[in-house]
Design a protein around this ligand. Structure first.
Ligand code: F6R
Length: 602
């Protein structure tokens, strides 16, 4: 989704710094970019469709010495990606960049048209710029104009604004979109997230909803919604700029896949040594809802399986954008667990706010420290997997699964369901996870061999039962989002109720059977596809490989583990198959088309 950065400085390098910040925001997903900078007389605006390098090339034709700049990466919502729709937008005395959506923009536009404003773009943001200019023309007070405009806006926003008559000051505010203020030796920032400023500073402050900020090169002043000055603590980011580099890996996705052994073993080690959420008492709640989007929702399905099967607690998993339609099920005795890597996903945030309104207790499983979801939940369980830059999540997903494994273990303990032998088995499994993940990752040749067999196909199916069927969903999503192959995930037993008609000679079917109890049934379903000519790729554990030549053309062999860690091992193999396939298809692996890392609109 859109990323913004504003920088005002004692030096003349605001364009260079803002551009380097934009590059660090690339991971959020975008299709055009733009920058406005003070040239000593006025704000110059340069925009470009496509990659930031296009903007960079264009800028090389200009004198970009400037002490104040605001810049933007746009992920199109209102109007196609082109230069006219790209930000910054300038209307009257106002130049601004915006992350979010002004939902009532067409009503405001009508009002503005009646007052003589005209529009060049199709965007809601140009309307926001015009509306702010309209408010400023009435009050002649920059902060008050921003307050008045924000009162009229419905939707989400993080704004960096520069007024023509004060061109080295950035005014900023936010609602439902993230914004941080950064402090450096040479100047100050207002940006979507810390990654944008980490090359220059690790000192920052978070802006709460409805607060306003005036940022000059020397001083930053914070205001509440009534424009009373407020004090803000400065914080120090623990993530450093090096974590935002590929560090020799060909892609961020690959780097993040290789970071999983440590990220996951850290979660299990923390659980056994210094667990911050052991006080969560499941008996206080009559039901658990888990709500998330995309891969985080897939991780939630693994969580549901573990909590139900082992903790004997009934769980409902809901896609965040659909949760409001289950509103009547939310009560004060509901435990809602929201799961989000970015901590900024608008649908998940809306679900959490709804549940809080209804009196539910909300726990978050979140990766991004200090993110909106992390701050708004009653209790936050951080995954601490470090920054995830590739749009397709890998360590984000597995670290969520790892936290769910520990929650299921806690539920078993609390209910007296954990006998000494099982406890020992699971502990041993969790504390040896690093070695097992490394052995899965080291099988790269096999994943490449499989990718070579499937990359020219247009359709592919994943099948599995029980916990394996939840991993199928994630494997399928990974493949389709980065390789653009059509892929579907089906419960193995469900395929014959319709979808099997799509299996033809050579159609690749990836089947997962790691669960002892369900092995034979899954194998029967694989044979059904094989009888229709499928190319069968079988994913199983080392104890299950006898006689699989009968129904498997390729086999991925995983280390045997308990259900508490097996899904992690399985999905990592599938992440690597997706990665190698996308590479053979020549796709932009870290930034797949149309996708955004941080989905801050509903
Ligand atoms: C897929 C992917 C998305 C996210 C989803 C939720 O690879 O990354 O499906 O899982 O958009 O994002 P978060 O976890 O940030 O709430």
């Amino acid at each position: 989704m859109c990323g913004i950065i504003g920088y005002t400085t004692r030096k003349n390098n605001s364009v260079e710094v803002a551009l380097s910040g934009l590059k660090n925001l690339e991971y959020r997903g975008y299709d055009s970019s733009g920058i406005a900078f003070f040239d000593g007389e006025k704000m110059d605006i340069i925009k470009s469709k496509g990659k930031i390098s296009n903007l960079d090339d264009k800028l090389s034709n200009f004198n970009t010495n400037s002490c104040c700049a605001i810049a933007h990466t746009r992920w199109a919502t209102h109007g196609e990606p082109n230069e006219t729709n790209a930000h910054p937008h300038q209307v009257g005395k106002v130049t601004l960049v915006h992350n979010g959506i002004i939902e009532n923009y067409s009503v405001l536009k009508d009002e503005l048209l009646k007052n003589g404003y005209t529009f060049k773009s199709e965007t809601d943001t140009e309307v926001a710029a015009a509306y702010l200019d309209y408010c400023y023309s009435k009050t002649q007070d920059k902060l008050q104009a921003l307050v008045d405009a924000c009162k009229a806006f419905r939707g989400s926003y993080a704004f960096d604004v520069v007024y023509e008559d004060e061109p080295t000051t950035i005014y900023a505010t936010r609602k439902d979109s993230p914004l941080v203020i950064g402090y450096s030796h040479d100047g100050n920032f207002a940006a979507s997230d810390i990654s944008a400023i980490l090359n220059y500073t690790n000192k920052y402050s978070l802006i709460e909803e409805g607060e306003f900020v005036k940022v000059t090169k020397d001083i930053v002043t914070f205001y509440n919604k009534d424009l009373h000055e407020i004090e803000k603590k400065s914080e120090t980011a623990t993530w450093d700029a090096a974590q935002y580099q590929k560090n020799g890996y060909e892609h961020f996705m690959l780097k993040e896949i290789y970071e999983q052994p440590k990220a996951i073993s850290d979660i299990f080690n923390r659980y056994y040594t210094n667990c911050s959420y052991k006080d969560l008492d499941f008996s206080k709640f009559d039901k658990i809802h888990i709500v998330a989007c995309g891969s985080a929702m897939h991780a939630s399905l693994v969580g549901k399986y573990l909590l139900q099967t082992y903790g004997k607690i009934p769980v409902m998993v809901e896609i965040a954008s659909e949760y409001r339609y289950s509103e009547e099920l939310i009560t004060p005795s509901t435990l809602l667990i929201v799961v989000s890597q970015s901590g900024e996903t608008a649908d998940t945030l809306a679900a959490l706010r709804l549940a809080k309104e209804k009196g539910a207790y909300v726990v978050g499983i979140v990766n991004a420290v200090g993110s909106t979801i992390a701050r708004e939940v009653d209790k936050c369980i951080y995954t601490y997997a470090g920054p995830e830059i590739a749009v397709a999540t890998t360590k984000g997903y597995t670290s969520q699964v790892a936290v769910f494994s520990t929650l299921a273990l806690m539920a078993m303990e609390q209910k007296g369901l954990l006998d000494k032998n099982i406890e020992k088995l699971i502990k041993n499994d969790m504390l040896n996870i690093e070695e097992k993940i490394n052995s899965v990752i080291s099988n790269r040749e096999k994943y490449l061999e499989i990718a070579n067999q499937i990359y020219k196909h247009n359709d592919l199916f994943f099948i599995g039962r029980g916990i394996d069927s939840t991993v199928c969903m994630e494997g399928s999503l990974k493949l389709k989002e980065i390789s653009y192959m059509h892929s579907e995930s089906y419960s193995a037993g469900e395929l014959k109720h319709g979808t099997i008609s799509l299996i033809d000679k050579g159609t690749p079917v990836i089947s997962i059977a790691t669960d002892e109890k369900l092995f034979e049934k899954t194998v029967s379903n694989i044979k059904e596809t094989k009888a229709r000519g499928s190319f069968s790729i079988f994913v199983t554990t080392e104890n299950h490989i006898d006689n699989c030549d009968e129904f498997a053309d390729e086999v991925i062999i995983l280390p045997k583990a308990t259900d508490f860690t097996e899904p992690i091992l399985t999905v990592i193999a599938l992440q690597l198959v997706a990665y190698e396939t996308a590479k053979l298809r020549g796709c932009d692996i870290d930034k797949p088309r149309n996708l955004a890392k941080s989905v801050t609109v509903e």
